[in-house]
Design a protein around this ligand. Structure first.
Ligand SMILES: Nc1ncnc2c1ncn2[C@@H]1O[C@H](COP(=O)(O)OP(=O)(O)OP(=O)(O)O)[C@@H](O)[C@H]1O
Length: 558
């Protein structure tokens, strides 16, 4: 099987920032401005304590002028700090939201362009969770926690530098009492956090997958009475989510131990500071500065630890999102043009959806220009798979498919779509009107072209009978009507080859006639390959290609 990169349930958290940088680079100017504003805000916050110290000194010395100056500066600094905090937060939020928007666009692009095998290998809901849930988490973090994170980190660094300037022995004692145990606790937290938060994100994605599947298989579940068994499975997924969440709470609680260390460090600061002051080695004002700044220090570290839980959640989400962005890379597009008409040839094609099960083995078949043929065989023999490979939707694992002598893998996807139209048994419509769906044809045709296509296929009566014409909601159409629209969409692209998986769903006689009329017109001057289920269709085809358990069945060669 062609290698498909699979998403990991708990992707690596290594070098996350470096891996995310390409998505941040376009907004680096604003991010830098936000960083500078944040640094300025932190500097203003840290400067409050020394200013209060100055005021205390002036008060003790009875110096009224100095006291007034210190108070005026304090007032100015408080206002400046508040303004800077506001600007920093809003600039960072805008920059962060732009980064998140870019990530969202890339994720949507990836899902739209990812190799079909990649999409098939994963549950739709879990991919959706990565592309939406993880991004929503990231957006929330950017808006609410990131400004705080930057501010607190800078405040901590500035506070330590400032305190060293006042009294390095007292600073060292405080740092020595506080920092080692606080760091040990943080490490203890971080060690458990990666796996705990990663497992929780994985469990949530599994549950999202089950949720999405519930909607996909709703009719089958009700028809076979499978709801109780399905709900049991959902309950299991739900319980797994709860269990992993409990683990994250336990890990988060580890960080609470820092408050004990905070208390001990403050006590040491007071006792040692008072002793130094009593010895005359420190002024009372300096002790006041230490007590005020010490609070900044401890609270800042406490805030950082609180944020650590959110950081871990967002790291797990970011890792899963980056995993999606790197794993779901589209197959490289070819560059060669395809001739307007030509022979379609499969040579020794082998294909597996999953490892070890060969669905097609050494299939070689030739469809000359304008040939009409039917693909027949028992259910599961590989007809649909061969049609998708002939249509260039999946590359074969070995062998090749050529059109007009050009390997489809080397041709541009756009050219392949224009030359070979594939109409599946069940044509899915996107939400919107008939016109919205026809507009998906190559070249984005307008309404005039759509009407001309109905006429060319001889089914203007079909178009006229649609309740709201081209504005009829596509959801309201039957399987047969959707397949007719598939043919109309095909004629809009004017393909050289038409591959039709004949609808097996019950089609009313009027729709069946319209379908036959459209097909009869459409086949003129083109290669037509029909996966034929109805004897009436098989009879009309001059050649049959048979498949049996993934190999050509020569009994049908005529
Ligand atoms: N997306 C898929 N992932 C894994 N296996 C698949 C997938 N699609 C088809 N298969 C398997 O490949 C084999 C061939 O399926 P395929 O649909 O090509 O047969 P078919 O002849 O078209 O059958 P039918 O007439 O019922 O549509 C079957 O065993 C099927 O279970």
């Amino acid at each position: 099987m062609a290698e498909v990169l699979l998403l990991s349930d708990e992707p690596s958290h290594e070098r996350l920032l470096r891996r995310a940088w390409p998505y941040m680079r376009p907004h680096s100017g604003r991010l830098l401005a936000a960083l500078l504003l944040s640094l300025a805000e932190s500097a203003a916050l840290v400067a409050l304590a020394p200013l209060i110290g100055l005021a205390v000194e002036a008060l003790v010395a009875g110096d009224r002028d100095r006291l007034l100056t210190a108070v005026a500066l304090l007032a100015a600094l408080v206002v400046a700090q508040a303004l800077l905090a506001r600007f920093a937060a809003s600039t960072l939020a805008v920059a962060g939201e732009n980064v998140v928007r870019g990530l969202r666009e890339r994720a949507a692009e990836r899902l739209a362009e990812a190799p079909l095998r990649f999409l098939e290998a994963h549950r739709g809901g879990s991919l959706l969770q990565r592309a939406t849930g993880e991004i929503a988490e990231l957006a929330m973090f950017v808006r609410e926690a990131l400004p705080n994170l930057l501010g607190v980190t800078a405040t901590l660094a500035f506070t330590i530098v400032m305190l060293l300037g006042y009294s390095w022995p007292l600073t060292l004692v405080v740092v020595a009492v506080f920092l080692p145990p606080a760091l040990l606790i943080t490490r203890w937290f971080a060690r458990g956090a990666g796996p705990a938060f990663g497992a929780h994100a994985g469990a949530e994605a599994t549950m999202a997958g089950t949720f999405a599947e519930t909607l996909d298989v709703r009719e089958e579940l009700r028809a076979v009475g499978g709801l109780p068994a399905w709900m049991e499975r959902f309950d299991r997924d739900n319980l797994a989510t709860l269990t992993t969440q409990r683990r994250t709470v336990l890990v988060e609680n580890r960080i609470g131990a820092i408050t004990l260390v905070e208390g001990a460090a403050m006590a040491v600061l007071l006792v040692f500071g008072a002793w130094l002051a009593a010895e005359g080695r420190l002024s009372v004002a300096t002790v006041v500065v230490f007590v005020l700044a010490g609070r900044n220090l401890f609270e800042g570290f406490g805030d950082l630890s609180q944020l650590a839980g959110e950081i871990q959640t967002v790291r797990a989400g970011l890792a899963r999102l980056l995993d999606l962005l790197s794993a779901g890379a589209p197959e490289p597009d070819g560059v060669l043009p395809l001739p307007a008409r030509g022979e379609l040839l499969a040579q020794d094609v082998t294909f597996r959806y999953e490892r070890d099960t060969e669905v097609l083995r050494g299939v070689s078949v030739r469809f000359s220009e304008e040939a009409h043929a039917g693909l027949v065989g028992e259910t599961g023999s590989g007809k649909t798979t061969l049609s998708k490979i002939l249509g260039g939707l999946y590359p074969p694992d070995s062998g090749r498919v050529t059109f007009g002598g050009v390997d489809l893998r080397e041709a541009s996807r756009e050219e392949v779509r224009r030359r070979i139209a594939l109409i599946p048994q069940e044509v899915h419509m996107v939400s919107g009107s008939v016109a919205d769906n026809l507009a998906l044809a190559p070249g984005e045709p307008g309404r005039d072209e759509m009407e001309a296509a109905f006429e060319a296929l001889g089914i203007t009566a079909f178009a006229a009978a649609l309740p709201q014409g081209l504005d009829t909601p596509a959801d309201d159409l039957s399987a047969g009507e959707r397949q007719i629209l598939g043919l109309v969409r095909a004629v809009l692209a004017d393909p050289a080859v038409l591959i039709l998986d004949e609808a097996t769903a019950d089609i009313d006689p009027v729709t069946a006639r319209d379908l036959e009329t459209a097909l009869a017109r459409l086949r003129e001057g083109r290669t037509l390959i029909v996966i034929a289920h109805r004897p009436a269709t098989i009879e009309l085809l001059p050649r049959l290609v048979g498949l049996r358990a993934g190999v050509l069945d020569t009994r049908h060669e005529n």
